[in-house]
Design a protein around this ligand. Structure first.
Ligand code: 5GP
Length: 121
C-alpha cells in the first residue's frame, strides 16, 4: 500500500489544518487527539511519510527511529503521567480500526484505563 499524502495527519504536518500542538522537533510532532478518550490523549507522529509501525520500523533511518521514540518517551514524561501510568496504542490495518493512515502512537492516561480490550465492534 502506498502512502496517501492527503491523510489528515499529513495535512497537519504541512500546516494546512491546525492542531493543539504539545511538542515538535525534527523527527516528531505531538498534539492532542480531537476526540479524547481519556483525560490525557496525545498523538505522537513521525515527520516522515509512514503508514504504520511496521512501515516505519522497516523503512525509516536509524536517526528517525531513535528521534521518534525518544520524542514519544519525552512527551509522556512531560505530560506528567509516568508515575500514575499510561498506555501506548498504535493501530494498524482494518482489524484495528486504524482511521488515519499515517503512523501514530496514542498516549492515553489520566484515569484507570481498564482492560486492554473492550468487546469487538
Ligand atoms: P486511529 O484510529 O487511526 O488509531 O486514530 C486516529 C485518531 O486521530 C483518532 O483518535 C481521532 O480522534 C484522531 N483524529 C482524527 N482527525 C483528527 C484531527 O483532525 N485532529 C486531531 N487532533 N486528531 C484527529
Amino acid at each position: 500500500m502506498a502512502y496517501d499524502d492527503s491523510n489528515i495527519f499529513a495535512r497537519i504536518l504541512r500546516g494546512e489544518i491546525p492542531c493543539a500542538k504539545i511538542y515538535e522537533d525534527e523527527f516528531a510532532l505531538a498534539f492532542s487527539d480531537i476526540r479524547p478518550q481519556a483525560p490525557t490523549h496525545i498523538l505522537v507522529i513521525p515527520k516522515g511519510q509512514y503508514i504504520s509501525a511496521a512501515d516505519f520500523n522497516a523503512q525509516a533511518s536509524d536517526e528517525e527511529l531513535a528521534g521518534f521514540y525518544r520524542a514519544l518517551a519525552y512527551v509522556a514524561r512531560e505530560a506528567g503521567v509516568e508515575e500514575s501510568g499510561y498506555r501506548l496504542i498504535s493501530n494498524a490495518g482494518p482489524d484495528s480500526h486504524q482511521e488515519v493512515p499515517h503512523f501514530h502512537v496514542h498516549i492515553l492516561a489520566g484515569q484507570k484505563l481498564g482492560r486492554m480490550l473492550g468487546p469487538p465492534l
